[in-house]
Each structure stands twice: as structure tokens, then as C-alpha cells.
Design a binder for this molecule. Structure first.
Ligand code: ADP
Ligand code: MG
Length: 337
């Protein structure tokens, strides 16, 4: 009899162990030039995460600027004026061009000839001279691009080139969340190279605690208690090079000048519902600086932001009150109302 109970106990324990171990799954992989981690909870989490990874790889195969088979690569090397896009790439192109108009060209998906000239794709960095920059800037005029809605065609002149680097990860995050939901997942956290996206709350019903990176290194300066949203950061502290002139040139460009942004912003974080919007805004507010960011915030009313500056001051919008904690180094704090 005792033996019988021991085996029943063992069977139940093994069953519980298997079902518990299936409840959370963390999957990490590299895609879109970024280390990505998906942690989801739910019965189907292992399959859900695998399906999400496959979805990201599909997006990468459409929009990579370096993979020769990608749609964007083929668009960037086309010899004709007109080029037919898939539904997905057409959507991204429309979204990004809309962003260019809204920011008067500060954000511009057609900036690729410029960022390429500075060496950001090949890592063969150089500071082009003023004449060369102005010459190449002529190729980035987004107002000359025409989209044909019915045929999903793009018309633009030879030499124009595109890059969705500033919205791609946010879009991928939105798609991951869709795939997870389709697979019955209600709670997940994604870290796509510092872009954090949250599906629902933690499994115990509490909010997620998200720490923002310290642009100067060291302890986390800001923590947020949030759920079901995207927390997307653009910073100049991770990808940059030092020119022969000793100056640091970052990977975020001002589309109006064709030069890396030089202002007092060290990081811009957006809290909003959609990843693609947060990604667009984090890059754009970084370029525009505090005043431009405040103007956008007042006009749109559908996001919050946190901005850190080179003098260790910080500002955040009032929607974050009660959700944000600020520690240590950043002592000059302003709440934007
Ligand atoms: P990260 O990709 O490091 O998270 P961002 O979302 O701010 O940072 O995107 C930066 C990338 O966007 C650059 O690496 C480049 O590919 C592209 N980019 C740089 N400047 C602009 C700009 N003004 N408009 C649109 N895309 C840009
Ligand atoms: Mg961005």
C-alpha cells in the first residue's frame, strides 16, 4: 500500500513539475542586430515564444538593410523608379513617411544615404565634409516620394534609400505581442535591446517594475511601475564613434542637417501603448530636444516621456506621477504639466 502511495505521489509530482515548468518560458535570440528576450507565462508559452521569434525573423527578412534578399535591400538597390512593396513593408513605409511629415523631416526613413556615408552600416566611420553632406541630403527629400495605395507601389528617384532602424524594433515588439496573444498568453515581458514591451500585468496581478539605464553608467536612475504598454528608449550612449577631431558622433541623426544629433539630451524614453509609436517618438523626441518633445506631448496627449540631460537633470510628463521613482545621480527633477 505504502509503495502505491509513493508511486502516486511521484506521478503527481512529475506532472506538477512538467506543467509548472511549462508556465513560464524565457527565449533569447539575436535578431535585427539586437539581443532579444521574450519571457511569457501561460500554458502554451514555449510554443508561443517560438512562434514570436519566427515572426521577428520574418520582419527582419523584409526590412534588413544589409541582407541582400530583403525587400528593403532590393528597394535600396533598385534601378527603376517604381517598386512594389509587400503589405507589411508598405504599412511601415507609410507610417515612417507620416512621421517624417509630422516632424518636419527631423525623423526621416529616407536618411539612409546619409547614415551610410558616415559609416554607420559598415562601421567604417568617417566625418564627411559639409559639401558632401549637402550633396547627399538632396537624396533624402521625403516630400518627393509617392505611395500608390491600391498597388502598394512606391515611386522615388534612383539613389534614394530607406532604413526603418528607428521603428523596426518597436513594430517587431507589437507583432510579438500579437503572436503571444493569439497563442493564449496574457502576461509577458519583452526586452528588445532596451525596448521594453509589456503584455498585461505580472502573473501575480502586480505591475511590472522597469528600470531605465543610466546613460553615464552605474545604478539605475529611474524605475517605473507599469503594465500593458511599451517603454522605449533612445540614447546616444550605446552606438557612437569618436572622430579624428575628438568629438563623439552618435547613431541618431537630425534629418534636417544630415548630421548626428548634438544637443543636451542623453536619453529619451517614451511610455505609450504601441511599440512602433514609442520607437518613432523616442528617436524623434531625442532629436527635437526638450522643447520639441513638450510640444509634441501637448499636441498628441497619447504618450508620456522621460528625458535625461547631460547636466544630470531629468524631466518627465505628469501622466507618470505615481508610477515613477527617481534615485541618486539625477537630482534636478522637473515635472512637465
Ligand atoms: P536604437 O535602434 O539604438 O534603439 P533608435 O530607435 O533611436 O535607437 O533608432 C536609431 C536608428 O534609426 C539608427 O541606427 C538609424 O538606423 C536610424 N535613424 C537615425 N537617425 C534617424 C532619423 N533622423 N530618422 C529616422 N531614422 C533614423
Ligand atoms: Mg526609435
Amino acid at each position: 500500500m505504502k509503495k502505491y502511495f509513493v508511486s502516486v505521489f511521484l506521478v503527481i509530482s512529475i506532472f506538477l513539475f512538467i506543467s509548472c515548468s511549462e508556465k513560464n518560458n524565457t527565449l533569447s535570440f539575436t535578431a535585427m542586430d539586437t539581443f532579444m528576450t521574450i519571457r511569457s507565462s501561460g500554458k502554451n508559452c514555449v510554443n508561443a515564444n517560438k512562434a514570436a521569434q519566427a515572426r521577428v525573423e520574418k520582419i527582419e527578412n523584409l526590412i534588413s538593410v544589409t541582407k541582400e534578399s530583403s525587400e528593403i535591400y532590393r528597394l535600396n538597390h533598385k534601378l527603376t523608379e517604381s517598386f512594389e512593396l509587400s503589405d507589411e513593408t508598405f504599412y511601415l513605409m507609410k507610417y515612417a513617411l507620416d512621421g517624417a511629415y509630422k516632424s518636419n523631416g527631423a525623423f526621416n526613413p529616407a536618411l539612409y544615404p546619409v547614415t551610410k556615408e558616415w559609416g554607420f552600416t559598415t562601421k567604417q566611420y568617417q566625418v564627411p565634409d559639409e559639401n558632401r553632406i549637402n550633396e547627399i541630403l538632396k537624396l533624402t527629400d521625403y516630400t518627393k516620394i509617392q505611395l500608390q495605395e491600391t498597388e502598394h507601389k512606391i515611386n522615388c528617384s534612383y539613389g534614394m534609400m530607406f532604413d526603418f532602424g528607428a521603428i523596426g524594433k518597436g513594430y517587431a515588439g507589437d507583432q510579438i505581442i500579437e503572436v503571444l496573444k493569439e497563442n493564449g498568453i496574457q502576461s509577458a515581458i519583452l526586452d528588445l535591446g532596451g525596448n521594453i514591451q509589456l503584455l498585461g500585468k505580472k502573473t501575480d496581478g502586480s505591475e511590472w517594475k522597469i528600470g531605465l539605464k543610466n546613460p553615464f553608467g552605474g545604478d539605475v536612475p529611474v524605475a517605473l511601475s507599469v503594465s500593458d504598454c511599451a517603454v522605449i528608449t533612445s540614447g546616444g550612449y550605446e552606438r557612437y564613434f569618436t572622430g579624428n577631431d575628438g568629438k563623439q558622433y552618435i547613431h541618431i541623426f537630425d534629418g534636417r542637417t544630415g548630421k548626428p544629433v548634438e544637443n543636451n539630451v542623453v536619453s529619451a524614453t517614451i511610455v505609450t501603448s504601441k511599440g512602433i509609436y514609442g520607437d518613432y517618438l523616442s528617436t524623434t523626441t531625442f532629436i527635437l530636444g526638450k522643447d520639441g518633445a513638450v510640444e509634441l506631448w501637448k499636441k498628441s496627449g497619447d504618450f508620456d516621456f522621460i528625458m535625461m540631460f547631460d547636466d544630470y537633470s531629468i524631466c518627465y510628463t505628469k501622466g507618470l506621477e505615481g508610477k515613477i521613482s527617481i534615485f541618486g545621480a539625477f537630482s534636478k527633477i522637473q515635472v512637465i504639466e
